[in-house]
Design a protein around this ligand. Sequence first.
Ligand code: PEP
Ligand code: MG
Length: 326
Amino acid sequence: RQQLYRELRDKPTATKDGVKIDLLMNAGLLVDLPQLVESGAGGIGLYRTELQFMVASTFPRAEAQERLYKDVLDAARGKPVTFRTIDIGGDKVLPYFKGVQQEENPALGWRAIRLTLDRPGLLKTQIRALLKAAGGRELKVMLPMVTELGEIAQAREIIDKEVRHLSRFAHMLPNTMKVGAMVEVPSLLWQLDELMSAVDFVSVGSNDLFQFVMATDRGNSTLANRFDPLSVPFLRTLKQIADAGKRNNTPVTLCGELAGKPISAMALMGLGYRSISMSPAAIGPVKAMMLELPLGQLETFMQENLSGKSATLPMRALLQAFADDR
Ligand code: PEP
Ligand code: MG
């Protein structure tokens, strides 16, 4: 199989009926970067910047952050990279970060964008490092755990201020800059059109979105097989986001674990996703599936099943049967 995947690597990433779909990879450490060439990924759809913070014993200095972001962009050689601002808090604790209280519900707590807007020094340093590292190149920055649109406005203010600061000192700025948000908190589902006009792109964090939509701790192994992301309610949730992206002309990606399993990647394509980001090892199997996928047939199949009156259809089994038949 490894041999097969290697042969597929340089084939265009399109379905059997010729629809182009971007297969991107998730990364977070320098050791991940050689995978960009080996896997044939079209870019890095999610770069988890908090990993540098998690493996350190103190806050990484501005210079170390800038160095890392430069190395990542150099390794990507012009392929797009989406840097997510630090997603710490929740289950990702930094032992050296004092002043964090024990929380009863850390997943719902002081984390990600909530934390960095309250400690703007952290966000400023990171944004400045990103802007400097991406001088003369494209910079894509993504905000995690956005709940209200005001958080995007606040983050944008910090970004704009850093841009002004660097240009005053004649630093080379990125030649294009895109700001996006993760869709992983359900409140965004009822403000999708406003969200899409507030950002340049969105990426669905299906790990957290599933946890919050189903009220099910993503790390609890007792519950791990109880609810299915390939169920009617969750698939309808994902479809709403893809539809809103189309309606608003806003690029939508999905970068949770769901993207890395061929059967669920197939479902995502059937829902309208044209860009998904996954662990590098998943790209071969997902691409092998995609090259055999008659997407038009799948879209009709999913429309019929998801718009019907039953929320209890066994979608996983139906999707599996669709795949087996073809
Ligand atoms: C997600 O929530 O789906 C996601 C991609 O982010 P993380 O797994 O890092 O929370
Ligand atoms: Mg998440």
